[in-house]
Ligand binder design. Structure first.
Ligand code: PXP
Length: 406
């Protein structure tokens, strides 16, 4: 039992011991200390003040104390890493001041105590304090990434095609804004629109209304032109996805060449960061583009699944799929959040949805095509069912590649 957790802080604990135990195990795992033992005690201010006096000659309670077990040895070398004692009373007060939940605060204190057990000490010097804080932030990032890896994949629906139909008649129906609402009611976790420079489908009015009405997440797909950048900065979507844009193309054709225009794109990312808008780069599944996206400061990459979707043979699809798997893993491991999309349909989506490094799928055409026959609500629900089934199956067996054709 690597994590031994115990509470003497009363019955009404503002934290789940199971959850803290899991966090403790993940902390040990991050440092390859899976076999080491970590003991966690939740207590109150009274006991904490006694410990503080006895071991540090300080008066009053403190939030967390660490007692390394193997003084002079490698942390965890002797099997027992040490004890962490947390005062729930102090954590509760600090959580109130920081306006976070007490659970979050206790988790944060656990991480702080753990880093002390590893030998870091912020009290030694300001430089060490910085190093220790960086180590804590690294752990928090890793924990968040682990949580995402285990989470359900999100489905974002691209409603451009509804606007294409509207523009074909030059009237005001069908309305992509209504479509966005229906998609959300059916369970979509995000709405994507591409505001093209030529305004061939989505119009400025659409994105303005969606900014107000979309309740999940509005992802504005866009080329990196000055005009559209200004609109995005004003609109403040929940995120933007930078795509290459050519006037003569029917749809986005290839991934963005981030490596080839790194300086310019980094500038765009910096401007978006100032406005707190996360940026995703729509890229082909290539390491060069992942690396460049990271250098540009992107938060996400969206891996272009077009070549996989358009593959003419099973062998070609397998080859393209392998590229997606590798790229998603590489991007994830380099700290990027990973989305995927383009050309995904009811047959080829499950395989991609099963990849645990992928956080979100962006799907448009297939859902709208099916919606013509079964209705938009049902088309979205069917895609969601497929994705959920695949994620649920992930633990029990290999990904299926097919879905009964309509
Ligand atoms: N992701 C990006 C970046 C796109 O440009 C598009 C097409 O607009 C999609 C996803 C959705 O592709 P599809 O309509 O083929 O599902």
């Amino acid at each position: 039992m690597p994590v031994l957790i115990r509470s003497e802080a009363g019955d009404a604990l503002p934290v789940s011991l199971e959850s803290l135990e899991r966090t403790g195990a993940r902390l040990l795992g991050q440092y390859g200390l899976d076999n080491a033992e970590l003991s966690i005690l939740l207590t109150g201010d009274k006991h904490m003040a006694e410990l503080n006096r006895a071991y540090r000659r300080k008066s009053g309670a403190t939030n967390v104390l660490s007692f390394p077990m193997s003084a002079g040895e490698e942390p965890g070398g002797a099997g027992m890493l040490g004890d962490i004692v947390i005062s729930v009373d102090t954590a509760r007060r600090e959580a109130g001041l920081k306006k976070i939940t007490c659970h979050r605060r206790i988790e944060r204190l656990l991480i702080h105590g753990f880093v002390h057990l590893l030998g870091y000490d912020h009290e030694r010097s300001p430089e060490e304090a910085e190093i220790m804080l960086a180590e804590e932030n690294k752990i928090i990032d890793n924990l968040k990434r682990q949580e995402r890896r285990n989470a359900m994949v999100n489905l974002a629906i691209n409603v451009d095609h509804v606007a294409t139909l509207r523009e074909a008649r030059g009237i005001n129906e069908p309305d992509p804004v209504t479509a966005a609402n229906i998609c959300e009611l059916a369970g979509a976790g995000g709405i994507v629109v591409h505001l093209r420079e030529d305004r061939r489908h989505i119009q400025d009015r659409d994105v303005r209304l969606m900014r107000e009405l979309v309740k999940t997440k509005l992802n504005l797909e866009m080329g990196a032109s000055d005009e559209i950048i200004a609109i995005a900065l004003d609109l403040k979507p929940d995120m933007i996805t930078l795509v290459p844009e050519k006037r003569e193309e029917l749809t986005t054709e290839g991934g963005l060449d981030v490596a080839g225009q790194l300086t310019r794109l980094k500038e765009v990312v910096d401007r978006m960061k100032e406005a707190a808008i996360p940026v995703s780069m729509f890229i082909d599944p290539e390491w060069k583009q992942i690396e460049a996206s990271k250098k540009a400061g992107a938060t996400f990459v969206e891996i272009h699944t077009g070549r996989y979707s358009d593959a003419a043979s099973e062998a070609e699809a397998d080859h393209e799929f392998d590229l997606i798997v590798t790229a998603a893993e590489e991007a994830y491991e380099s700290g990027l959040r990973v989305n995927a999309g383009h050309g995904l349909n009811y047959l080829n989506t499950p395989r991609v949805a099963a990849l645990e490094t992928i956080e979100e799928l962006s799907i448009g055409h297939a859902v709208m095509a099916r919606a013509i026959f079964v209705g938009l609500d049902q088309a979205v629900r069917e895609m969601l069912d497929l994705i959920r089934l695949e994620r649920a199956n992930r633990k029990t067996g290999p990904a299926t590649a097919a879905f009964p054709a309509p």
